[in-house]
Design a protein around this ligand. Structure first.
Ligand code: HEC
Ligand code: HEC
Length: 263
């Protein structure tokens, strides 16, 4: 290894350590009392849905999330970490609330939704708004189906009335945008929802997907992963988030256990 690449490596470790340190400090420095925390836990997420967001505060808070979801919010192509960029803000708030109250088991992320970190409904609203306006990747993880017509048909019969024709979701009903999401993440969530491991899952959706065979499941998810978000919502080729110029993008987080986390 040459001298220059060695120095680069050092800097990259340093910047990574710095971001982790910032996250940890935020977790442990707070002057909120235990009683206040209980109230905050219940209220923050419901209230957040109605507030006017401040994107600048959201940008600062997003530092807490980038070690896993990446500075662009694109997660990892292998689906261990979902793309959250461009997700509907009402959905982000709902999912953060569900993770915080353990309705959606996600122990590795739960601490980051605690009132010690997101201290107010305003923080939650600001962070969700920042993430929602991030442009989405053009390069999400795809499935293995070459002939997507079977997936398209299954999607139109079983999913589009809730998730929308192109998988764009619905803000008012907290239905996630699923277009352009990583295939492996979609497959995992679909299984957890169908099997009841994701406790916040939509009951009607659970019924709707019970009869799916493995082949149909991977066909429909390959189709969803192939659905392109609107051109305006996609990042330009080669774009990286200018809000985090010093983050070393060659580093990717290792994969967590891919088992239902709430069992
Ligand atoms: C330690 C790693 C880690 C950190 C830090 C982290 N997340 Fe996550 N997050 C995950 C994982 C893993 C999942 C997917 C879990 C699963 O498969 O159900 C996830 C899921 C999510 C989801 C649900 C996505 C969806 O499509 O339903 C949202 C929203 C989210 N994270 C937002 C955030 C925000 C905001 C922060 C910062 C406050 C954050 N995350 C910090 C690991 C992390
Ligand atoms: C009755 C409405 C409805 C139908 C039909 C439905 N869904 Fe859903 N789906 C939802 C809702 C609501 C959620 C979010 C649940 C929650 O809050 O956790 C969801 C969540 C998901 C998720 C997890 C998204 C994420 O970001 O974590 C995936 C993947 C998904 N649906 C795929 C599908 C597919 C594929 C179909 C058709 C085979 C389908 N859904 C049919 C309402 C529906």
């Amino acid at each position: 290894m040459s001298y220059t690449s060695l120095t680069h490596l050092k800097v990259s470790y340093r910047s990574r350590a710095l971001f982790l340190l910032i996250s940890l400090l935020a977790l442990f420095t707070s002057n909120t009392s235990a009683a206040e925390i209980k109230d905050l836990k219940l209220e923050r997420f419901e209230l957040a849905q109605q507030l006017n967001p401040d994107i600048n505060n959201g940008r600062k808070l997003y530092r807490l999330c980038i070690t896993c979801h990446g500075p662009e919010g694109w997660g990892t192509k292998n689906g261990s970490y979902p793309q959250i960029a461009g997700q509907l803000h009402s959905v982000i708030i709902k999912q953060l609330g569900d993770i915080s109250s353990k309705q959606r088991g996600n122990p590795i992320m739960e601490a980051f939704t605690s009132p010690r970190v997101l201290q107010s409904a305003q923080d939650v609203a600001d962070l969700a708004a920042y993430i929602a306006q991030l442009p989405m990747t053009r390069n999400n993880g795809q499935g293995y189906f070459e002939d997507l017509s079977m997936g398209k048909q299954a999607y139109e019969e079983n999913c589009s009335k809730c998730h929308g024709e192109q998988g764009e979701g619905q803000i008012e009903d907290y239905i996630p945008r699923i277009q352009g999401q990583h295939y492996n993440y979609l497959m995992r969530q679909f299984r957890w929802i169908r099997g009841g491991h994701r406790r916040n899952a939509d009951k009607k959706m659970i019924q709707q997907v019970q009869h799916f065979s493995l082949r149909e499941e991977s066909a429909v998810m390959a189709y969803v992963a192939s659905l392109q978000p609107a051109e305006n919502d996609l990042a330009e080729a080669g774009w990286s988030n200018p809000d985090f110029p010093h983050y070393d993008r060659r580093w990717a987080p290792s994969s967590p256990r891919n088992k239902p986390l709430n069992q």
